[in-house]
Design a protein around this ligand. Sequence first.
Ligand SMILES: Cc1cc2nc3c(=O)[nH]c(=O)nc-3n(C[C@H](O)[C@H](O)[C@H](O)COP(=O)(O)OP(=O)(O)OC[C@H]3O[C@@H](n4cnc5c(N)ncnc54)[C@H](O)[C@@H]3O)c2cc1C
Length: 255
Amino acid sequence: MAILKEKVTDIHHWTDKTFSFKTTRDKGFRFKNGEFAMIGLEIEGRPLLRAYSVVSPNHEDHLEFLSIKVPNGPLTSKLQHIKLDDEILVNSKPTGTLVCDYLLDGRNLFLFSTGTGLAPFMSIIRDPETYEKFNKVILTHTVRTVKELAYYDVLNNLNNDEIYSQVTQNKFIYFNTVTREKWERTGRITEWIESGKLWESVGVDTFDPKIDRVMICGSEDMTFDLKEIFEKLGSIEGSTKVQGGLVIEKAFAEK
Ligand SMILES: Cc1cc2nc3c(=O)[nH]c(=O)nc-3n(C[C@H](O)[C@H](O)[C@H](O)COP(=O)(O)OP(=O)(O)OC[C@H]3O[C@@H](n4cnc5c(N)ncnc54)[C@H](O)[C@@H]3O)c2cc1C
């Protein structure tokens, strides 16, 4: 396993709590859309790495990441101050369970995210294979404030994008909710599912565990609640060894 050295080529601060950045990409760095890599900075002569899902799809020649800013976080208290041309360390062996291959083929694919849990889905929704496998791809993103709806414009316009409209073929649906501010849709995603309002809002009849598939990425609480809801409905968790109806990754561990 090697640690690659990439250069920062672009930085975007969404809020005082989140930012995203692009880096160069070593030609040998290969990953499946939805996977994460250990990335970080060299601090006091030693690598300080954390798990980060790759935002950019694997056919693009750069890498992109979406990051939290934890005020006293060992890595992000420094990472949030990166500048163009700074060096980012990237472990050359990505991994993860949020990969379409670990799901059975099906009708609709639901991608449920909160906060930076959106990151792995940004690559999955721009992967042509996702749309070969599923009729509709529904991405939900729940955040506290409207400004935290990272990539809002990209997601809203994906079906009309010059390049990605050919990939999504109008099969992509973006649905967001905000929990701590007034917005078109408020509340936790669990409430939208349990009331049945989600299916209606995204234009699907209902959720059928036999043919509909689920990926979950977010806080510990959110992943736990959604796993319970979908397992009760009849979805069976898949893994790197056995395909299933549901795959999960915690976007971070809570202390
Ligand atoms: C599989 C996996 C994928 C991940 N992908 C991403 C990603 O794409 N983007 C990202 O920003 N982070 C991601 N994380 C979290 C990331 O690895 C670090 O925890 C984060 O960058 C903070 O690092 P730190 O050293 O500053 O603080 P840490 O000591 O790692 O974390 C301090 C505390 O901050 C909180 N925290 C950490 N990460 C987050 C977060 N993303 N959102 C909200 N609160 C958080 C938790 O309470 C944590 O205990 C992922 C974690 C895992 C396990």
